[in-house]
Design a protein around this ligand. Sequence first.
Ligand code: SF4
Ligand SMILES: [Zn+2]
Ligand SMILES: [Zn+2]
Length: 361
Amino acid sequence: MGSNINQIQKITKNSKNKEIKTCDKCKKKAVINLAYGPHKFCEYHFNKFFENRFKKTIRKYKLIKSKEKILIALSGGKDSVTLLHLLNKFYKNSNTFSALIIDEGVKGYRDNAVKVAIDECKQNNVSYTVISFKEEFNITNDKIMPLILKNEKLGGTCAFCGTLRRNIMNKYAKKLNVDKIATGHNLDDEVQSFVMNVFNNDFKRLKRTGAEAGLIEHNGFVKRIKPLYLTPEKEIIAYCAFNNINHYSQACCPYSWTAKRNEYREMLNNFENRFPGTQFSIMRFNEKLKEELSPSEEKKRELKSKMKTCTICGEPTDKLICKTCEMIKTLKKENKTKKENKKNNSKKYNKKLTCYSTKYN
Ligand code: SF4
Ligand SMILES: [Zn+2]
Ligand SMILES: [Zn+2]
């Protein structure tokens, strides 16, 4: 897939507003139409609008303070590479950045994305560390996947992958002595997570979402921030195309069809196309809800006092063993017994829905 102007027009038009006329800010021909505004912009004014929102998000949620050391979780995909470019463009005089590149072990996919991520770090003069699931947990996604397909009780590949990745991020952020971890999560990701939590009745997880992830402050947890929290995914694709930002977009992870998230993305994209602004509405609702539900100082202290240290890896947890170590144990046991569950886990998924089909079509 290559990003070009046709693609940008395709992703930013909607059924009600197909025509692109002149820019709202100058007399030039508009090249992008943001139906939720509605806004029509030439390339220059779209870039300004996009970058201003990024800086405003950081100010509004007080995500970055001067002199803080920030570790960028870099996958090589459009979101994290855009984050790297923007942080480097606007904050490099006041802050120090480095990147953490995680290799989950997916042959023909992640290895290619890692190369792009390394290239981008070199181009932008940002130091980087590459950590793999293999060296950290002696497991790879390529190994996890067949086990999961054989036993539906294990859950989805993405759930494992995400937990293992967060464990590495937190552990290495402490090792590298940084103040915060910045991730490339965008508006679409956040809205999907919110709706998923509602559908799953997962109140605990719902309270943990936000521009700054996490509910409690604990010195075992490094704060995670999301400066692209208010930026729609399709605008990141457009920004990359307008600014020739090199990123890995040739393929999606071959296991992405196991992610329930694709169903939510598809559903929310349909709503957004028919009723522009839906995603921002959901996000605002989530913000109000979070404000109302924000735990008291007493509750925060109580949660903090319950935190222990994982007896295997030393990461913070409210149990004896953290979720990552528990997952690794289950997987290794599963691998040993090779017990085959009659139910085939792949049947519950819609294989046509991958992150590629729901993001770019
Ligand atoms: S699609 Fe799922 S399995 Fe693949 S890298 Fe993303 S979270 Fe991991
Ligand atoms: Zn203009
Ligand atoms: Zn652990």
